[in-house]
Design a protein around this ligand. Structure first.
Ligand code: ATP
Ligand code: MG
Length: 414
């Protein structure tokens, strides 16, 4: 079963407002086992709206619109949906009366324009909206379910959850969709694809999507089944062989990000960490302190940007920097050992690299980065050559250091 979502309102086609309603609706549809085939945002324009409704109704089993149910001239949803179905609008006088009373309760006289909020598409029914003046409505037409919801998110969401979702679930016949996200560190998208495609291609259910981001790759495994347990079992049947070809690479299957995983490992083991950051200049410390309770494991962090600071704060021998350059395996190791010594933490970790766009040379190009750890998670140094512009190099350096820590803490081979 397929759904489509129409977000209605010219304000959504400016940079001032974004269509957050669709996020709520998409999440609920997926939970109910209904795939969302398209999300369309449409301006308050009769022709555009009518054709958008027509197109959606031609493709999907369930069409849900949000917005444009107000009393003003530019609120055209009812009229356009009716036109797309070739049906008339019928005024529900009982509803108009209730609305009039609602205004009276607030000591106001209802304007004549509000009467059109009682208009229902022939054959449909209104759903009362206790949080606003615009009721929702539901119409069945040629086996399709069409639902018009008001735009304000705090009105739309409860109306959908309480009144529409049960109808959708009944239609979906109790099917459920379950998605598990496998997050992978230290590998590029194409390397992951090459290893896992031969496996997931043999499965039609779950379906697999691969998504690359700076410094991390995600595999989304989505199974459809008659029950939660069956969907879970189907996902697990695919996750197992994928794990086998990516030993030590998958850092999360439960929605957690890499910094959360590292934070949890440090807390679990009762270990403290000190950071020496050159090219990331505090990004790693900031990321780790996004996690509540980070004072339990983060001892301190140094931003050692200049050569002088590397020597003065962390005792890196100036001659070593002179001999090998600040971006080198030797200096990365000396920074990690230096920060371990200076801080008295259990683990010292360091990053030094060339973020660009300037500063690269033939033998040390932009993106060259050394990462090192010292102490209770082992002695390790990693060299990496990150592609991309400045922010991407820095983001990949953050992820790479966190992954080096994770692998060290778990004693996974380098
Ligand atoms: P009302 O009678 O309450 O005005 P309405 O159905 O006419 O209901 P709109 O006027 O279209 O609703 O939108 C009202 C508010 O809801 C606006 O502030 C709008 O930005 C917000 N809104 C509308 N659609 C969305 C959406 N898809 N995502 C997030 N906010 C939305
Ligand atoms: Mg509007």
């Amino acid at each position: 079963m397929r759904a489509e979502i129409l977000a209605i309102g010219s304000e959504l086609l400016t940079p001032l407002r974004s269509d957050t309603n669709a996020l709520h609706l998409t999440a609920k549809f997926l939970e109910a086992g209904v795939e969302v085939g398209a999300r369309v945002t449409v301006a308050d324009d009769f022709g555009l709206l009518e054709s958008a409704f027509r197109a959606a109704l031609a493709r999907a089993d369930v069409v849900v619109s949000t917005g444009g149910l107000g009393p003003t001239e530019d609120d055209l949803t009812r009229e356009c949906a009716a036109a797309a179905l070739g049906r008339r609008l019928v005024r529900d006088l009982g509803y108009v009366e209730r609305l009039r009373e609602r205004f009276a309760r607030f000591g106001r006289v209802m304007a004549a324009v509000n009467e059109k909020q009682g208009d229902v598409i022939e054959g449909g029914r209104l759903i009362l909206n206790p949080r606003g003046t615009a009721p929702a409505q539901v119409v069945e037409a040629e086996g399709r379910l069409l639902v018009l919801l008001p735009g304000p998110p705090h009105e739309m969401a409860p109306l959908f959850d309480e009144h529409v979702l049960p109808l959708v679930r009944a239609r979906a016949g109790g099917r459920v969709l379950k998605t598990r996200v496998l997050r992978i560190g230290g590998m590029g998208e194409s390397d992951v694809e090459q290893l896992v495609a031969p496996i997931y291609k043999t499965f039609t259910n779950p379906r697999t999507t691969i998504l690359g981001a700076a410094g991390q790759v995600e595999l989304h495994l989505t199974a459809e089944a008659a029950s939660e347990a069956e969907a879970e079992a189907r996902v697990e049947a695919l996750a197992q062989p994928i794990r086998a070809v990516l030993p030590g690479r998958i850092f999360s299957e439960d929605g957690r990000e890499l910094h959360e995983v590292v934070a949890a490992l440090l807390v679990e083991r009762g270990l403290t960490l000190a950071l020496a950051e050159s090219c990331t200049a505090g990004l790693i410390a900031a990321r780790l302190t996004d996690v509540p309770g980070s004072s339990r494991f983060l001892e301190r962090g140094y931003v050692v940007y200049s050569n002088r600071s590397k020597s003065e704060a962390l005792g890196v021998d100036a001659a070593l920097i002179e001999a090998h350059g600040a971006v080198s395996e030797e200096v990365a190791r000396a920074l990690a050992e230096g920060v371990l010594r200076a801080s008295g933490a259990d683990i010292g970790a360091a990053v030094t690299g060339i973020a660009g766009p300037d500063g690269g040379t033939a033998d040390k190009p932009v993106g060259l980065t050394y990462l090192a750890i010292s102490g209770a998670a082992g002695e390790r140094v990693r060299r990496a050559q990150f592609p991309g512009e400045r922010w991407r190099v820095r983001e990949q350096a953050v992820k790479a250091l966190l992954d080096l820590l994770r692998r060290g803490l778990l004693r996974i081979d380098a």
